[in-house]
Ligand binder design. Sequence first.
Ligand SMILES: O=C(O)CCC(=O)C(=O)O
Ligand SMILES: [Fe+2]
Length: 358
Amino acid sequence: MATTVFTSVETHGENQNTKTLPINLPLDFSSIQSLPESHAWPESNNDDQIENNNDGSSSLALPIIDLNDPNAMEQIGHACEEWGAFQLKNHGIPKSVIEELEMQTKRLFDLPKEQKMKALRTPDYPTGYGTFWMTPLFQQHMWQEGFTIFGSSEDDAKKIWPHDYQSFCDATKKFQDESKVLVEKLIHLSFKYLGISEEEEENWIGPKNHAGAIQLNSYPICPKPENAMGITPHTDTSTFTLLHQSQISGLQIFEDGSGWLTVPLVPNTVVINTGDVLHILSNARFKSALHRVTVNSIKHRYSMVYFYKPIMDHVISPLVSNNAHDDPRFRALTYKEYADIKGKNFNKALSFISVKQD
Ligand SMILES: O=C(O)CCC(=O)C(=O)O
Ligand SMILES: [Fe+2]
């Protein structure tokens, strides 16, 4: 279903007619000098921010967990319960793999718009270049452009670089392979923490049960960041999400009762967050982290994200009950059904599948 948003846009671009900006089409950010109306959000991004101390530290901070720590399992479990997120060091993904993907991500987004458009995502063709998947649910556009990969990136990369696509494909494949190994370790530790048997764990890992996707994001320098939105608040639909942010921070996680916490750039760590699937499997014991992205007027920001999620016909339902009186809080459904509910109802999706507690 191709939707077109008609907005009156103030632009200083020479060739850009953003009056009819299709919903899947990012702006040509290189030609924009002021924030177009189509990208101006009424609410300020400065609401409920957790302020840093004078030395830049914050009284609240996302846990930094060392995967080699003998207590890593408990720390991961606690972080998933309290935040639905943590930063992980000694994660095992070689630095060179992250650096190579970072280089290829910049190479991609720094191309002229016409070239990126050759791999434009459409409703019938869900991989390649385009806006954030939830853009159709909002009046305004986000200050973001993305590139989505399911499995191999070869078909899309060939459209952009007919003769020079291999290095991009190698970088996305290596990141995908390494991320998968790490996330499967995290599933093992978090299932053990939740008391889920190894037999059951077998149903949630491996190529027969799980699929991976990569999302590359670019947030160009913004002329009026306080009125723009990198990515609007959301939870991920995944089991676990792994993220590397490059150049400058911008990811924020919501802590109930406190507000939005900026996730700092900590060298040699990756950000891990739990998604809706693990929230459901854990019977709401693990949070699905509500997060958003702010933009800035100083540096172009990039992020590289890996989503680990069940295959479409996998049935998801709570695997644990937190105590003898705690009935399942969600009904059983296939991952495809849930993804469809999420696509239509966005942040209310979990409440659509909630089972009323007495
Ligand atoms: O860019 C980021 O830091 C977050 C991106 C994100 O939330 C997503 O791709 O789902
Ligand atoms: Fe996300």
